[in-house]
Structure formats: C-alpha cells, structure tokens
Design a binder for this molecule. Structure first.
Ligand SMILES: [Zn+2]
Length: 428
C-alpha cells in the first residue's frame, strides 16, 4: 500500500540510483528519507524531477583544512614543496583572528556544499602560534552551520609533542573543548614513534578516534604506517583509527608494501588519500604522484576514502573543495577506469561515512538521512569523466544548491551574524 505523503513532504521523482535499472521516487520529510520506491501517485506534494539522472548521497569530504582555507595571499602561489608551504603558512598564522578563520572556513564550507559535499571532517591546527583559537572558531562554526553541513573537528597538533612542554596539554585542552577526533603529524616530531604513543594515550583518555597525517613525505625511508598499525592492535583500537595520505607506501617495493598493507588490514585502519594536494606538492618536488596504493589497499578489503585536503592555501592554491574533481584525479593517478568508477564514488560517499561515523543513517534508503545530490549524469563513468553538474544538493531534506548555485547563503550569513551578536551580548 502506498502511503500518501503529507503536504510538507518533498518528493524527488524519477531518481536513478547507482546500478539500479528502475527509476524511483524518494520522499523526504524533515531530515529523513521516509519512503523510496516505484513511482508514487502524483498529488500536489512539492517535488523535484530528477529526470532519470544519477542520484547519490551527498559527498563526505573526510579530510579538509578549513582553518587554513583561502589563506596565504599571493605568497601561496610560490610554494614548490611541503616544507615551503609550511613556512608560508607559519608566517601567515600570526595574522589569523577568530573572525577571519570563521569567515574563510565558512566560504570553503559554502564551496563544498555547492559541490555536493554534505559532511566534512576538518583538521584544525593547534600550536604555539595560534593556540586553540582556530579550534574555537571551527567549533563555533560547526554549531552555527549544523543545518547546512555536518562538521567533524580533528584537533591537529602540528608541532612536536615529545620535546614540547605544552604540546600534550594543548591537545588535551582541545579535546576538552569539544574536538571530536585526535589528529597530528608525527613526522614533525624528532621521535615520530613516541609521538604516536602519546597520541594513543591521549585518545584513549577521551575514547576518541584517531586520524594522523602518516608518511606524507613520499619517501621510502619515512615509513611509520607499520608502527601505527602495530600500536593500533596493541591498544585494541581497531576500527577507531584512520591514516591520512600514506604516500610512502607508493615509494616502497611491492613486498614491503604488501606486508604493511596486511598489518593495516588486521588493525582495521582506514586510509584517506588526498590526490589533489599530494599531486600539487609532489610534482613540485620532482617526485611523481604521492598518492598511496589505492588498488592494493582496496584488494585487501581495507576501507579507503579520498578527500580534497586543502582549499586555496599554500599547500594547494588550486584546491576547490570539489570531491568530483578529486575523483577524476584519483582515477587518473591510479588508473581506476576499468570497472572501478563506482568504487571511486563509494570512496567519496559510503566509505568516508563508515570512517568518520559522523552522519547517522547515511545513505539513500528508507530511514536514511536526506543528504542527497542529483548529478547531470546517468552513471558513475559519466559523472566523473564529464565532471557532471550538481543539479541539486539536498541537506537535511532541503534544497541548498541548485545548478551550481548555493540557494541558502543568506540564511547561512544570518545564522553566523546572529551567533556573533549573541556572543557579544553574552560577553557584555
Ligand atoms: Zn591534511
């Protein structure tokens, strides 16, 4: 029996789900998908006609740096290497203010949303220069933008932990302030292994998941992933750990790589690759690629996601927060043509949903979260190859972008302005 939708429902008619023959109607109510199936009776319910186009859950961008987005001015165009990018970023940081971080981050969120991303895991620098200010900015923004974007905040200590007096206490404070995930970059520490140990002990105090920048140097000598996997097992932290980048895995021989990949599998570590930033940084270094062994990881049953990483900052001045562009580059770099483009889209949707656990009931199914995009394409091949237009983006059951244009910007600005005013009143 077909339930007659209430007037407040919104129906997406003639949606084409991935690898399904028949078109379906999807009924949205509030932030939920309440019904999904063959053509419903046509009544006066508000509807959007998908016209047989590919309809997917919104992208989940599981690795961004919203605090750095659109920073670096003209200087950001002069970087060739990761070290240069870091230096420019460091010189810029004293200029950061709470309002400036929030404004740049909000603009990056708006770009991502327009591109079909409905949830973001962002790393946020915490260090001796900016302290916890950008983290505070992102936690506020997470709250203010919750109607339009799920934001998960990773506390990202960028300085040494083992030799610093304040590093660990700063990270603990960040977690107490409300950061969701423990992050970090062990290569910046004189003792990367001890750094990893410290990360596990702090994460366990807060029962938080971990997501470290691992082996981004794309250097066979720099290989911490194996130790990270061993520590994950030792700490019984399976299923709670992800490793971002893992570039060096592509720089070592097959035998070593396979040994490490199997440990990663046993430790149930997920891998998040960032093709755009790594390509930009490593082509400047004269080393190809810098993207991990995606095929081999997938073959071992490891959950692999890709993400956009940097948005118009010194690490990637070309970054545009577009998961479909990252999908195309990933497909190029890893030769993922032959029958694997559906998998590529999974790596930008369902896989990061599993990794981040940040969206309840993610996916196009009855009872699923109504975060949906309609692409101007019939299948994954067409979507990626033609960089299909995002015809509609729905967040929490509402249209937020249409034909590549954000339709809720004034609402977002109002929410931010109101929050700032409330805060000022509170401070008075
Ligand atoms: Zn990163």
């Amino acid at each position: 029996v077909t339930r007659i939708p209430k007037v407040s429902d919104l129906v997406i008619r003639n949606a084409r789900l991935i690898e399904q023959e028949d078109l379906v109607d999807i009924t949205l109510r509030g932030n939920k998908i309440v019904d999904i199936g063959r053509r419903k009776r046509r009544d006066s319910t508000e509807y959007v006609d998908a016209d047989g186009k590919l309809t997917l859950p919104g992208f989940i961008d599981s690795h961004m740096h919203l605090d750095k987005a659109m920073s670096g001015g003209e200087k950001k165009w002069t970087t060739n290497t990761c070290i240069e990018a870091r230096k420019i970023q460091r010189d810029e940081k004293p200029k950061f203010t709470l309002e400036d971080v929030k404004e740049r981050a909000r603009k990056a969120v708006e770009m991502a949303l327009t591109n079909g991303t409905t949830a973001i895991r962002t790393h946020v620098d915490i260090d001796g220069v900016v302290g916890l200010m950008p983290l505070k900015a992102l936690l506020e923004l997470k709250d203010q933008l919750s109607n339009w974007m799920n934001i998960q905040v990773v506390a990202f200590p960028t300085e040494p932990l083992t030799t610093s007096k304040t590093g660990k206490s700063l990270l603990r404070k960040a977690m107490m302030m409300g950061a969701d995930v423990v992050g970090g970059v062990p290569v910046n520490d004189p003792d990367p292994k001890e750094y990893v140990d410290s990360i596990f002990s702090i994460a366990k105090e807060f029962e938080a998941d971990i997501d470290l920048h691992i082996d981004e140097c794309n250097d066979p000598k720099d290989l911490l992933l194996e130790y990270y996997a061993e520590k994950t097992l030792k700490n019984r932290y399976q299923g709670k750990v992800s490793a971002s980048h893992c570039s060096s895995l592509s720089a070592v021989g097959n035998e070593t790589a396979l040994r490490i990949i199997r440990k990663v599998r046993d430790a149930e570590i997920s891998i998040i690759v960032n093709p755009l930033t790594n390509l930009y940084l490593w082509s400047g270094n004269g080393r190809p690629n810098g993207v991990s062994r995606v095929r081999e990881l997938l073959d071992e049953g490891i959950t692999v996601a890709y993400a956009t990483d940097n948005t118009m900052d010194p690490f990637n001045p070309l970054g545009n927060a577009d998961m479909l562009l990252a999908a195309l580059f990933l497909a190029y770099l890893k030769h993922l043509g032959n029958g694997t483009l559906t998998t590529v889209l999974e790596m930008g949707t369902n896989n990061p949903a599993r990794i981040t656990k940040m969206v309840q009931n993610y996916g196009i199914k009855k009872g699923g979260r109504a975060d949906i995009m309609i692409l101007d394409a019939l299948n994954p091949q067409e979507a990626i190859t033609r960089q299909a237009k995002r015809l509609y983006v729905f967040k929490n059951g509402r249209i937020v972008a249409k034909g590549g244009v954000l339709t809720v910007e004034s609402e977002i600005l109002d929410a931010c302005a109101k929050a700032t005013k409330d805060q000022r009143n509170f401070l008075c």
